[in-house]
Design a protein around this ligand. Sequence first.
Ligand code: SF4
Length: 366
Amino acid sequence: MMTSLYIHIPCCARKCLYCAFPVVTGRFFREADYLDAVELEAQPYRQQAVSSLYVGGGTPSLLSTDGIRRLAALVRENFIGGDAERVFEMNPESVTPEKAALLRSLGFNRVSFGAQSFDRRYLSWLGRTHGVAENFYAFKVLRSAGFDNISVDLMFGFPGQTTAQLDQDMDALVSLGSEHVAVYALTVEERSVFHVRGEKVSLDSQAELYQQVCARLKAAGLFQYEVSNFARSGFESRHNSHYWQGGNYVGLGMGAHAHHDGQRSWNADTLPQYLKMIRTGGRAVIGQEHLTPVARLMETLVLGLRMNAGINIALLEERFGVLLPVDRREELDVLVADGWLIRDGACMQVADRGRLVLDEISARLI
Ligand code: SF4
């Protein structure tokens, strides 16, 4: 299986109120220093082949045009990937015709676009730095630049959100005609402002709204291939599918994670520590763990259950050279008997009702 490449750009204009990621806001992000460090971190990979590239954040679209050029150059110099999927994450307020055209000319062929909502009140409540008009304008700019593979992020399940409000959001989303949609129910994460403020979400209401999202996207011709992801045929995310199959990936940048054949590692997640470690030793790894074959099998099984196609347990056992432990096999039997999972020969899938509680199902298996 090929390797994927993830590059993290941690800058944001300001922190969204629901966000728990380590981000660097405004002028605290030193673009030139950061790209110097990523360049150094990339050098040992000289000419490694990768099947996909994902530049995520943070808000990569806040990089200057010079910064984007530097980033593309360091990828070109240290990695090869002939027909690789090349994704760049963009937030509406920092999409400009100049940046969109530049990204196309540098070979980026997919954009992950953080619209999140088309309701001006919710965008402001979430602490987003863009409005509804920017969502439509930026999407148009991306299309005009030639991006014919755009994934739009949508959040739902805000406190008090009604089915009628969500319908309006879905109307707006569907009107864009994107090739891919990723949907997320709002969660109140520790370390977010919402957590400090004591915001609450209703899981029952979110379950109802999730069904509505699935039905609307299906009616719009986007088929569900993962619990949060919907695509027109042929536009599934190659990069994310690689993660869900337990593939190897290189991670560059502050807080980035990497995985190679069961060896997992992660980088320093503050800017000063990341920069200092790279400058002194060329690497910024602050933690690592080695997964046993059984742990890899279980983790890949749980990730595979996220996919609508399900996961073939016999093939997993062959891939990792171990058998599924007896107690895990019994737990799967219980989940099948209770109607959360569906067994089809050696293949295991999540039933529709199980998709709503996938985290609980995963916790029972791991
Ligand atoms: S844009 Fe994304 S990473 Fe940045 S603060 Fe908002 S949610 Fe967090």
